[in-house]
Design a protein around this ligand. Structure first.
Ligand code: FAD
Length: 319
């Protein structure tokens, strides 16, 4: 029996990769450590309020991605951010809408955290998965942040060829502290959000004005800057809230009911790999995601499409 091609991670890159390969007739299985799909395209509920806690919107600059995005719009999965004068796309009703739709029809195993990947004597892959049986794979394609992929390979004793190891090891990510704030009354945050280039806060948006949630007066996502997030990452939640809230007081405009912190250890890559993806046919091992070719959702998507194409050119062996 053929072992499947396993895609690790079901964020936008992993889902597009799995879909691309499945459409080409490849036997593909996705494994995702979380309960939901989408990775950093994430929506979090706090009581009655919903927040886009990770990516806030996306843009489509490359014609190939713009064509994909036009399809998503036709399906009703995305919309223009209503209040924004820029061409910014948001999920309908939230950023997880696209990943949820892309996951339809794929073989995806949730709550499957891959802890080690090792090569077997017969040249296959053996994946160790937390609290699950071993999963055998013919090919392994990582779509998670590169440091996470390298940790899984290191745990399996895999040594990458010298031709690719330094390039992969050079990819690192900024952290981002995301504070999700429920307010007692409407906020004073402009409907298209606030982007700040200086200080501890880099972004805030009101998810009620964005159209995510109707049952709360205001649900504000605050993203700390990369510098603040790195310096204060491990502080207790209350201390982080106490440092960030005074910075944005003038935009809150109502009493704070609750705060919830999400710590994104891997937010956006500091630098990206020069190639769109990395594929090692001799090992049946590939890498895609926003660490390759270009950052953000667009970069992650384009990287996945590139890896799907190149992997599909190497047919699975009959084993
Ligand atoms: C706070 C924040 C704000 C952002 N703002 C924007 C924005 O406004 N616009 C924009 O375009 N981009 C933004 N981004 C970046 C954007 O979200 C990412 O570039 C994009 O979503 C990356 O997709 P991906 O599929 O490459 O990775 P991810 O979304 O990280 O997906 C990787 C998946 O792999 C899973 N995984 C990891 N390790 C394992 C394992 N061992 N086993 C199984 N599964 C595993 C993870 O759970 C995750 O679901 C933002 C990101 C953050 C965090």
């Amino acid at each position: 029996m053929n072992h499947p091609t396993v895609v690790i991670g079901a964020g936008i890159a992993g889902l597009l990769l799995a879909r691309g390969l499945a459409a080409l007739g490849v036997n593909v299985v996705g494994v995702e450590k979380s309960r939901g799909f989408g990775g950093r395209m994430a929506t979090k509920r706090v009581g009655e309020a919903s927040f886009d806690s990770g990516a806030q919107f996306f843009t489509a600059r490359e014609p190939d991605f713009a064509a994909v995005v036009a399809g998503w719009q036709q399906q009703g999965w995305i919309n223009n951010w209503p209040a924004s004068p820029h061409r910014r796309w948001v999920g309908c009703p939230s950023m997880t809408a696209v990943p949820k739709a892309l996951a339809e029809g794929l073989t995806l195993l949730r709550e499957h955290k891959v802890t080690a990947a090792r090569r077997t004597a017969s040249g296959h892959w053996e994946l160790e998965i937390e609290n699950q049986p071993l999963l055998l794979a013919e090919r392994v394609l990582f779509s998670c942040p590169v440091p996470q992929a390298l940790a899984v390979l290191a745990a399996g004793g895999v040594r990458l060829p010298e031709s690719v190891a330094p390039g992969l090891e050079a990819i690192s990510y900024h952290p981002c502290l995301a504070l999700l704030v429920v307010l007692a009354g409407p906020s004073a945050v402009p409907a298209d959000g606030v982007a700040l280039s200086e200080g501890p806060v880099r972004w805030l948006a009101d998810n009620v004005k964005k159209g995510l949630t109707q049952n709360s007066p205001a649900a504000v996502t605050i993203h700390a800057s990369a510098e603040f997030s790195a310096a204060n990452y491990a502080l207790p939640e209350a201390e982080i809230a106490a440092l960030l809230l005074p910075q944005v007081e003038r935009w809150l405009g109502a009493a704070v009911v609750s705060t919830t912190l999400h710590r994104w250890k891997f937010s956006e890559p500091k630098t990206t790999h020069p190639e769109r993806c990395v594929w090692l046919p001799e090992l049946g091992l590939g890498f895609a995601g926003d660490g390759f070719g270009g950052p953000k959702i667009e970069g992650a998507a384009m990287s996945a499409l590139a890896l799907a194409q190149v992997v599909a050119q190497h047919p699975q062996s009959a084993s």
